[in-house]
Design a protein around this ligand. Structure first.
Ligand SMILES: NC(=O)c1ccc[n+]([C@@H]2O[C@H](COP(=O)([O-])OP(=O)(O)OC[C@H]3O[C@@H](n4cnc5c(N)ncnc54)[C@H](OP(=O)(O)O)[C@@H]3O)[C@@H](O)[C@H]2O)c1
Length: 299
């Protein structure tokens, strides 16, 4: 089995990607940012030439969406120039690049799931810089795959968002405040990083290139997601419906950013579970699932 380099290895997705590729029998290398900083083109080229990986997974990004708005240059370096440096280095050694991108490349005007053929139209600096990263990757690294996903949560802390993912924030609100106010007018597909990491392994083994969408199945508002978190964890805080207008923000976000895994499904490669099933597994694994709740897979 070949060698895999995971960039952003300490992040939510990076941590599970290292584990998934190791479990699949690959020799996996996951340097931290001190050892491999995507912003440094020569360092990136030297690192990749030195280890000569078969596959490079880019799970690194500036994921703090409001932070990207206030520091668009930093966001462009991390989300666009970094992937560009990586793509040039991967192409030079013949490594195949799997680059992770986002549902936020879309404007959210649709009301049915976005396919790989839909035209992007990002609304904010995060989405814009991530889209630039996609274009750099596809232009510089032939055979690469841009894997767009949505609403990630995982066992490792989300490095870019101050640690807590949405599920942990909801559990915290329930315990600390007995109340959570959650928006009903943003619809996504929550996606467990374990599912996505295993999907990345399947993509690495397959003959597929270009843009693919990879999220868990189904869709929900953040409010519906919170409802399910509380139902499965057995917590019963006051859950209050809110809208995005109740939380004034410097960032415009898509109202609807559900992705259809059309290309993966057509290729017989879609391994992603329904979002409720994946959430149940996650809560079980972090010891937050109520004993009386329905077992995963029977929802
Ligand atoms: N989180 C979501 O809800 C979500 C949704 C859709 C798509 N995505 C995409 O999914 C991927 C993984 O997201 P995540 O939530 O796992 O992110 P995360 O937990 O915030 O981790 C991102 C990682 O990238 C590293 N990084 C940032 N800049 C870097 C640089 N210049 N060089 C090397 N490493 C760098 C960070 O290192 P340090 O912590 O040391 O800075 C961190 O380890 C990203 O491409 C993101 O855009 C995420």
């Amino acid at each position: 089995m070949g060698r895999v380099l995971v960039v952003g290895a300490l992040g939510q997705l990076g941590t599970d990607s290292v584990r998934a590729f190791e479990e699949a029998g690959y020799e996996t290398i996951g340097p931290d940012r001190d050892r491999l900083d995507l912003a440094k083109a020569e360092e990136v080229a030297g690192f990749i030439a030195g280890i000569d990986p078969e596959v490079v997974v880019n799970a690194a990004a500036m994921t703090d969406v409001p932070g990207c708005e206030t520091d668009p240059i930093g966001a462009y370096i991390a989300n666009a120039l970094g992937p560009r440096n990586l793509a040039i280095a991967a192409a030079a050694t013949g490594a195949r690049l799997l680059h992770v991108s986002t549902d936020y490349v879309f404007d959210g005007a649709k009301r049915t799931a976005y396919t790989e053929n839909d035209l992007p139209g990002p609304l904010n600096a995060y989405g814009n810089t991530k889209l630039s990263g996609e274009y750099f990757v596809l232009a510089h690294a032939p055979g690469s795959v841009v894997v767009r996903t949505s609403g990630l949560y995982g066992r490792a802390p989300c490095r870019g968002k101050g640690g807590r993912n949405f599920v942990q924030s909801m559990l915290g609100f329930a315990r600390d405040r007995g109340e959570a106010r959650v928006v009903t007018d943003e619809v996504v597909t929550p996606t467990y990083t374990v599912d996505l990491a295993r999907q990345l392994v399947a993509i690495a083994r397959a003959d597929i290139a270009g843009v693919v969408h990879a999220t868990c199945r189904g869709e929900c508002s953040w409010y519906e997601f919170a409802r399910e978190i509380f139902d499965l964890s057995g917590l019963s805080p006051r859950l209050v419906e809110a809208t995005t207008a109740d939380f004034p923000s410097t960032v415009t976000r898509p109202r609807y950013s559900v992705l259809a895994n059309d290309r993966l499904r057509a290729a017989g490669l879609d391994r992603m579970r329904p979002w409720r099933e994946a959430l149940a597994s996650y809560l079980e694994e972090i010891g937050e699932r109520a004993p009386t709740a329905v077992p995963p897979g029977r929802i």
